[in-house]
Design a protein around this ligand. Structure first.
Ligand code: FES
Length: 139
């Protein structure tokens, strides 16, 4: 993972990143909430049609996402999507976090090229599944 990120950061100023917003580049350079939560209350692992995957762990207290972490084996855009979705969800009530759509994530990221939009969908779906995992275990 670290090698992968170093390579991405070297590439980021290059031509292949010219179509990406500054927000996306910043989240690839300095991704937030990377890692895992050992005693998580909810967890999800989802794989996209491209084969890349995202994992999300949530810690919930009194109906609020108190802590959240992600991990991915995916591309730079997937890292940026995981970083931004966890930032959007942190501190939110579960219902609010469940109402975050791929469109909301894309807007927060300053958009993505069309062929990268599925990374944002994968990140959003993984967040929702991690919350549903918590809800399943607590009903
Ligand atoms: Fe498929 Fe990013 S390229 S999730």
């Amino acid at each position: 993972m670290e090698d992968q990120w170093e390579k991405l950061i070297r590439e980021i100023e290059g031509e292949i990143w010219q179509d990406f917003s500054e927000t996306v580049k910043e989240h690839v350079r300095n991704p937030k909430n990377v890692g895992q939560i050992k005693d998580a209350d909810g967890y999800a692992y989802l794989q996209g049609q491209c084969g890349d995957s995202i994992q999300i762990w949530v810690k919930v207290k009194e109906g609020i996402i108190e802590d959240i972490k992600f991990w991915t084996d995916g591309c730079g855009t997937t890292i940026a999507s995981g970083s931004m979705i966890t930032e959007l969800a942190r501190g939110k009530k579960l219902e609010e976090a469940l109402s975050i759509t791929p469109l909301i994530l894309l807007e927060a990221m300053g958009g993505l090229p069309e062929d990268s939009e599925h990374c944002a969908i994968l990140a959003t779906n993984t967040l929702h599944e991690a919350i549903k995992d918590y809800q399943r275990k607590n009903h």
